[in-house]
Structures are given as structure tokens and as C-alpha cells.
Design a binder for this molecule. Structure first.
Ligand SMILES: Nc1ncnc2c1ncn2[C@@H]1O[C@H](COP(=O)(O)OP(=O)(O)OP(=O)(O)O)[C@@H](O)[C@H]1O
Length: 469
């Protein structure tokens, strides 16, 4: 038995060291400058990992390691857990940060999910760009996660469950023990005589995960030994498939993205339904927010099946998709109400500055009411705006009347703004958000779209508005 326990400790210690070495965070590599954090609940898994991390650090004194405990404020015992973590961190000689979170309990979201969201938000707020966050997740957690994903009817992305390594903001999340069963961890913890927190709610089978852990998985494992390991293998296979789907979606996105934003309807319509759904899920995933359900995705067919002059819209919890001509656009928040007129003192100052003949001098950035950031580039050549005359006010205006007549560079004659919006393919709901740059009352540019002929510099220094990405 002693031999088995020693082997368990050695296996876990090796898995931890190997995962960290894989990130270049060991003595053999000098380049990794980040900190190694452990998400530390004080439960048996993270208690053992904290103990082995402290040992690891003694062999790597140049590395900075720390523990991060999230106090969810859910249990009456939470203060006691925090105290356990503080005492234990002191004994191990590892600094501890405690993060207190407030749970946003929304309908549809379970307490467990709300706690997890709050926990990861707290982790993110403490991690630096090159940091690593370890968690004590193991094979049994992975098997439970896969069964929970099956219960929800997830596709390959959900069934892929947890990954051994993934980005967390600019940091990296590592789960060194994801392939190791809980029994090995318990055996090792026992042999080292560790004291850890026992969360009484872990026994409460009203929670889905606990129900699977205590009632379902033991029975399945008894009937089919190795069942958990097989579940974890299925999760890995799903992760591989998902990886392929993402690769395909990225290349499809390159092909269907329109240069001025949105996706091309005709390009999307030429894809098979499965490929289209894959692309849409990927695209919406990269934009954040709540994903549409499968039924909502099916409804999106209206967007590319509608007549060209129709303007269908599909709304769900995470946003709204609208079609305008050949483009599909995602709107997430309600459109902002913009002030009609806004002066740009910084820009005016820059344009007035005495060093006018110094192209390339640093330009201040100006933020617009629609959230865009712009700056100006001075130049001697090319299509550039003339500088304002002394005393002329520089402003941006929004929501100009559609009958305003303008003369963009490169078009003959003047046209109404309404006609120009159509020519430039600007969807109706974006029009009021386009900033029109004015000298006194005269429009000199529609930012991001065109410069006005009447305001072009004919000689000497001029300037070009440039969007800051
Ligand atoms: N309150 C918390 N603070 C910091 N990290 C946490 C917290 N709860 C969970 N974790 C991290 O997430 C991992 C998995 O969480 P899970 O809820 O399965 O574990 P637990 O039963 O609370 O604790 P453990 O896994 O340490 O036994 C933990 O190993 C730990 O790394």
C-alpha cells in the first residue's frame, strides 16, 4: 500500500512538473517571465497541488508562485474555508490572494454556473499576460463534464469538455491532472497526511454534477470498468474534431467577410447548411456574447433566403443579425443615441499648431461619440484635406438630413446624402453613427468613407483622417 501511495505522489508530481516544463517554466528555460498561480479552493485536489507546487518551487527558486482563492460568499462555511487557505498557504510558504466575488444569479443560469463565471472573472482580473493558472481538475471531473454536456445536447465543442491547456485572456490555463483519476489524488493526499476542506454541498445530489458523481458514474464504472477513461477519450476526439471545424470556419470567414464589415450573403448562401452553421457559430463566438440556439440558427436562413430588398432581422439574447443588400451584420447593443454635433478641440488644436509644415509630427487621437478613435496624418502629397482657415471651427456631426447635397472625391457632380449612403452600401441603422467632419458648417469628410472634393488641399500641407484600430 505504501508503494502504491508513493507511486501516486510521484505520478502527480511528474504530471505537474511536465506541464510546467512544457510552458518553459522550469530551471532549464530562462525565458518565461510570468507567475505561476494555483486556483486554490482548499479541496483535496487543489490542496495536494498546492503542496506539490510548493515542493516544485523549492527546486525552482527563481519562479514566483502564488495561490488564488475565490470566496463566493455562498456557503455559511466560506469564511472558515478562507481561514484554512490562509493558514495552509502560510505553512507552505506560498503567497495567497483571496478574491471575494458577488454572484449574478440570473434565471436559466444555475448557481454552479454563476459561481464558475464569477470565479473565472476573478482569475482573469488577477492574471498578468505571461502568467499561468493551474487548476486541480482531474479525469473524473472531465467525465462528469462530458456527461453534463450530453445532458444539454451539446455539439463537439461542448463535448470536448475541458482542455489540458487553453488561453485565459493573455494568460494560460493549465490542468496538469486532467488525465489522472480522482482515486490517485485521494491516495496521494492521504499518504502525505494532508488536511483539506470538505465542502458539504459536494454530497448534495440535487446538484447535477454531484448526482453524476455519486449515483451515475459509480454504477457505469462498475458495469464497464474504464468507463471514465473512455469518456475522457471521447472528449479528446471531440476536441480534435472541433479544432478541424474551427480551421474550416476560419478559412470560410476569410472568404465571406466583406471588406467594410459583415458577411457576404451570396458567399454564405453558396455553402452547405452544416458549413454555414459552423461558420456562423465560429463568427458569433469570436464576437463574444450568448450563442444562438440551434433553432435560432435555423431561423437565420431567412437572412440569405430573403429577397434582396427585404431587410430581415433575427434577434436572440446575444445580439441581432440584420441584412442589408449583400451583407449580414451583427448588432450587439442597442444603437447609441449620438449627439448631433461635437467639437474636436484636440484636432482643431493640432490643425492650428504652428509646426504646420512638419508632416509626420505626432497627431493626438480623438474619440468620437460612436466609440471610434481617430487621428490625423499630415502630408504634402496625395488626396488630403486642406487645413481649416484660422478661426474655423472643426466639429463632427451626426444624423445629417438625407437631402444634404455632397460631392465625394472621385464622383462627378453632387448627390444627396441618402443616395450616397446607398452607393457606399451603408446599412440604414449605421447611417446616423457615421461622423461627418465639418469646418464651420461645411462637410469636409464622411469619416471612413470619403473626402469632399471642395475641401481637398491643392498645394502645401494637408491632412488625412485615420482610424485608430
Ligand atoms: N473557490 C475557489 N477558488 C479557487 N479555485 C477554485 C475554487 N473552486 C474551485 N477551484 C479550482 O477549480 C478546480 C476544480 O473545482 P471543483 O469545484 O471541481 O473542485 P473543489 O471540489 O472545489 O476543489 P478541489 O478540486 O480542489 O478538490 C479546483 O481544483 C481548483 O483548482
Amino acid at each position: 500500500m505504501v508503494g502504491l501511495s508513493d507511486a501516486a505522489v510521484a505520478q502527480l508530481e511528474t504530471a505537474l512538473a511536465t506541464a510546467l516544463a512544457g510552458e518553459g517554466v522550469d530551471a532549464s528555460s530562462a525565458q518565461h517571465g510570468g507567475r505561476v498561480w494555483l486556483a486554490y479552493s482548499g479541496g483535496v485536489d487543489s490542496q495536494l497541488m498546492a503542496t506539490l507546487l510548493a515542493r516544485w518551487q523549492q527546486r525552482q527558486p527563481q519562479r514566483s508562485c502564488a495561490l488564488l482563492h475565490v470566496h463566493h460568499g455562498l456557503s455559511e462555511h466560506a469564511d472558515g474555508w478562507e481561514l484554512h487557505c490562509r493558514r495552509s498557504a502560510e505553512r507552505l510558504g506560498l503567497p495567497l490572494t483571496v478574491s471575494r466575488v458577488q454572484l449574478a444569479l440570473k434565471s436559466r443560469i444555475s448557481v454552479e454556473a454563476a459561481a464558475r463565471d464569477a470565479r473565472y472573472a476573478a482569475f482573469l482580473s488577477h492574471l498578468g499576460p505571461k502568467d499561468i493558472l493551474l487548476t486541480g481538475h482531474h479525469l473524473d471531473d472531465q467525465a462528469e463534464t462530458l456527461l453534463l454536456a450530453l445532458k444539454r445536447g451539446s455539439g463537439p465543442k461542448g463535448l470536448a469538455s475541458m482542455s489540458r491547456r487553453r488561453a485565459l485572456g493573455d494568460a494560460t490555463l493549465l490542468r496538469p491532472w486532467l488525465g489522472i483519476p480522482r482515486v490517485i489524488i485521494e491516495r496521494a493526499a492521504q499518504s502525505l497526511g494532508l488536511t483539506h476542506i470538505e465542502d458539504d454541498s459536494n454530497a448534495d445530489t440535487r446538484f447535477d454534477r454531484n448526482f453524476l458523481r455519486h449515483r451515475v458514474l459509480p454504477e457505469l464504472e462498475q458495469r464497464w470498468p474504464g468507463f471514465r477513461r473512455n469518456l475522457a477519450r471521447s472528449a479528446e476526439l471531440c476536441a480534435e474534431q472541433q479544432h478541424l471545424c474551427d480551421e474550416l470556419a476560419r478559412s470560410d470567414l476569410d472568404a465571406v467577410a466583406r471588406p467594410c464589415g459583415g458577411l457576404s450573403v451570396s458567399a454564405i448562401a453558396s455553402l452547405s447548411a452544416e458549413r454555414r452553421n459552423n461558420l456562423l457559430r465560429y463568427w458569433l463566438g469570436t464576437r463574444g456574447g450568448v450563442m444562438p440556439t440551434r433553432a435560432q440558427l435555423a431561423q437565420m436562413a431567412q437572412l440569405w433566403e430573403a429577397r434582396e430588398d427585404a431587410q430581415p432581422q433575427i434577434a436572440w439574447e446575444g445580439g441581432e443579425l440584420r441584412r442589408y443588400r449583400d451583407g449580414i451584420y451583427l448588432l450587439r447593443a442597442p444603437l447609441p443615441v449620438l449627439p448631433k454635433r461635437e467639437t474636436l478641440p484636440l484636432l482643431a488644436h493640432w490643425l492650428d499648431a504652428s509646426a504646420l509644415s512638419e508632416p509626420g509630427s505626432p497627431a493626438p487621437e480623438w474619440a468620437l461619440a460612436n466609440g471610434e478613435q481617430w487621428c490625423g496624418q499630415r502630408c504634402h502629397q496625395g488626396e488630403r484635406l486642406m487645413l481649416p482657415r484660422p478661426g474655423q471651427a472643426v466639429s463632427v456631426r451626426y444624423g445629417l438630413s438625407g437631402s444634404t447635397r455632397l460631392r465625394p472625391l472621385g464622383r462627378s457632380g453632387s448627390r444627396s446624402l441618402k443616395k450616397l449612403w446607398q452607393e457606399y452600401g451603408v446599412p440604414p441603422w449605421q447611417r446616423d453613427g457615421i461622423a461627418m467632419l465639418c469646418y464651420d458648417d461645411e462637410v469636409v469628410a464622411a469619416l471612413g468613407l470619403w473626402l469632399e472634393q471642395s475641401a481637398l488641399a491643392e498645394s502645401g500641407v494637408g491632412w488625412v483622417p485615420v482610424r485608430v484600430e
